[in-house]
Design a binder for this molecule. Structure first.
Ligand code: SAM
Length: 283
């Protein structure tokens, strides 16, 4: 197994601090330093930016990010039991690791990272991973505060993020991510690599912001995708009725077929629909 620093092996850290994994916090720890280093390397050049990590746990990925040269890591951890282990890492890398105890869903990432250039890298807790990704890709400001996202998800979620129109996995997440970001799945990670092993395979996704996403009202795009994919088997003229009495007309004006189903519509189509909806709301 790779040696990346002089800190104790993660297994010993977990035992010393009694960090038995809690399911309620989505705790599946990655102890293989070859893998954590691979994820850290995939995040790009870390030497000139602050890396935001959600859920450092006992600090496996945190150590890999710091060993890969991260100028600074800001790590948000909800489980206070992990703080002593993380503070040992802070001492090993003076001034380069800030640990914030709290819920990443409730903290403002821009304030925490002090306006620096940010890359986000994390083995996300499965129960809040999708919501965190949505928060990061639906920030009102674009380009966003981050320059890349390197994130581990359950593989099924990763496939939904990068899904293409026409595929079964294509849904709200694929539209929003595809509209604002480019990227893909870098590699899979077997359940065996984790302690305790999860039931399913994981995958690492790398996304960077699209420089110029098609102009679109974000709120309307969220509404349209929620309505269309909320009833994905229905034709658009039925699934979008909840948004407008004139749904059928708006669909035609957006250049789409009212009889089409959500998964057949590409991202440009959803953007046109969203823009039509917001136009009627504002008129
Ligand atoms: N980064 C570690 C690794 O790769 O081994 C741990 C990853 S584990 C899948 C997810 C981590 O997120 C856990 O340490 C858990 O306590 C933490 N966590 C869960 N919910 C959180 C939240 N809302 N905010 C911040 N951290 C959270």
């Amino acid at each position: 197994m790779a040696q990346i620093d002089d800190l104790p092996p993660l297994r010993d850290v977990i035992a010393a601090h009694g960090l038995n994994a809690k399911k309620s916090l989505g705790q599946n720890f990655l102890l293989d330093l070859n893998l954590t280093s691979r994820i850290a390397r995939s995040a790009g050049d870390l030497t000139d930016c602050t890396v935001l990590e959600v859920g450092p746990g006992p600090g496996g990925l945190t150590r890999a990010l710091l060993a890969a040269g991260a100028k600074k890591v800001v790590a948000i951890e909800k489980d206070s039991r992990c703080l002593p282990a993380l503070s040992e890492i802070s001492s090993h890398y003076p001034g380069r690791l800030d640990v914030v105890e709290g819920d990443a869903l409730k903290l403002d990432p821009v304030t925490l990272t002090g306006g620096d250039k940010v890359r986000i890298a994390a083995n996300l807790p499965y129960n809040v991973g999708t919501q965190l990704l949505l928060n990061w890709i639906t920030t009102p400001d674009w380009p966003p505060f981050w320059s890349s996202l390197t994130l581990m998800f359950q593989k099924e979620v990763a496939e939904r993020i990068i899904a293409e129109p026409g595929s079964k996995a294509f849904g709200r997440l694929g539209v929003l991510a595809g509209w604002r970001c480019k990227g893909g799945i870098l590699f899979d990670i077997s359940p065996k690599a984790f302690t305790p092993p999860p039931k399913v395979t994981s995958a690492v996704v790398h996304l960077t912001p699209n420089d110029s996403p098609l102009p679109c009202n974000l709120k309307s795009l969220e509404q349209v995708t929620a309505a269309a994919f909320g009833q994905r088997r229905k034709m658009l003229r039925a699934s979008l009725k909840s948004l407008s009495r004139d749904a059928e007309e708006l669909i035609v004006q957006a250049g789409l077929k009212p009889t089409a189903r959500a998964e057949e519509i590409d991202i440009a189509g959803f953007v046109s629909l969203a823009n039509m909806i917001s136009k009627t709301e504002n008129s």
